[in-house]
Write a protein that binds this ligand. Structure first.
Ligand SMILES: [Zn+2]
Ligand SMILES: [Zn+2]
Length: 248
C-alpha cells in the first residue's frame, strides 16, 4: 500500500556560507517536525560534511534525512545530488575536494563555513570558498553521481542565475537526470511550457532554505510504500507505481 510523504529536498545548514548560523542540526530537525515533514535532504554548497550529524540527530524524530549536497559545476550550474549511504557520500566528498578551487573563503564577506557537532560546537571550518564552481563539467559530475548510484537533480531551473537553463540554455541530450527542481514561487505548468519540459521528466519543488523559517515552505509529496532511497528513486523516475506531486 502506498503512503504519502512530505519532502523538502533542498536545505542548507550552518556549513553553507550564505546560510544563517541558526541553521544548526537540532534547529533543522525541530522545525522540520513542526512543519510535519517526513523526508528532508541536506544540500550544502559543494560539501556533504554536515549530513552525518543531522542524520544522527534525526534518528528518533521519525524524519528521514538524506545525504546530499548542492554541487556547482564548471558551467556554474547548481544541482542537487542525493546519496544512499555514507560510502557513496564520502566518495563524492573526495571528488568535490579534488575539483574545488583552492580559493580561501572570506568569512566577513561570504559568511562562515563551519561544521558543527551535536552540541552545536564548531568542529571544523572549511578553508576554501564553497560557492565557487568545481573545475569539472556538469556531465562528468552527473555521470559520477550515477556511478555511485546517487540521484542528480538540476536545482531551481527557473532562476535567472546558476540554473541549467540560465547557464546552458537547454537540457543536453547526454545529461542523465532523475528530476528537476523548481523554486518556491514557480508554477509547474508555466515552467513546463516555458522550457518545453517533457512529461517524462519529474519536477519537484523544494524550499532552498537558508533560514529556519524557510524550511518546509515548498514541498513535494512522494507516494511510496516506504520512505527508502530506492523508492524515492522509483518515484522520481516514475517507476513501479511510485509517484511525485508538487504540493500546492
Ligand atoms: Zn543554488
Ligand atoms: Zn540552495
Amino acid at each position: 500500500m502506498m503512503r504519502r510523504f512530505r519532502a523538502d529536498l533542498h536545505l542548507h545548514t550552518v556549513l553553507s556560507p550564505c546560510a544563517d548560523l541558526a541553521m544548526s542540526p537540532d534547529e533543522i530537525i525541530t522545525v522540520a517536525q513542526q512543519k510535519q515533514l517526513d523526508i528532508i535532504a541536506i544540500t550544502d554548497h559543494n560539501s556533504t560534511k554536515q549530513c552525518r550529524v543531522v542524520r544522527e540527530m534525526a534518528a528518533d524524530s521519525g524524519i528521514v534525512v538524506i545525504n546530499g549536497c548542492e554541487v556547482n559545476s564548471l558551467e556554474e550550474v547548481h544541482s542537487l545530488c542525493l546519496f544512499e549511504d555514507d560510502h557513496s557520500m564520502n566518495e563524492f566528498q573526495a571528488f568535490i575536494e579534488h575539483y574545488l578551487p583552492q580559493i580561501p573563503n572570506k568569512p566577513n564577506y561570504f559568511g562562515y563555513q563551519v561544521v558543527v557537532d551535536r552540541d552545536n560546537q564548531i568542529v571544523e571550518e572549511m578553508p576554501w570558498y564553497l560557492g565557487n564552481g568545481l573545475q569539472v563539467e556538469l556531465e562528468t559530475i552527473a555521470d559520477f553521481i550515477h556511478q555511485l548510484n546517487g540521484l542528480f537533480i538540476p536545482a531551481h531551473i527557473d532562476r535567472p542565475m546558476n540554473s541549467l537553463f540560465s547557464q546552458l540554455g537547454f537540457l543536453p541530450h547526454e545529461l542523465k537526470i532523475d528530476a528537476m527542481q523548481i523554486s518556491k514561487r514557480a508554477q509547474e505548468s508555466q515552467i513546463r511550457k516555458l522550457f518545453d519540459i517533457h512529461p517524462d521528466i519529474t519536477l519537484i519543488k523544494a524550499s532552498d532554505a537558508h533560514y529556519p523559517e524557510d524550511i518546509g515552505t515548498a514541498c513535494t509529496i512522494f507516494e511510496l510504500a516506504k520512505p527508502s532511497f530506492e523508492e524515492i528513486r522509483w518515484a522520481l523516475n516514475q517507476k513501479k507505481g511510485r509517484s511525485v506531486k508538487i504540493e500546492e
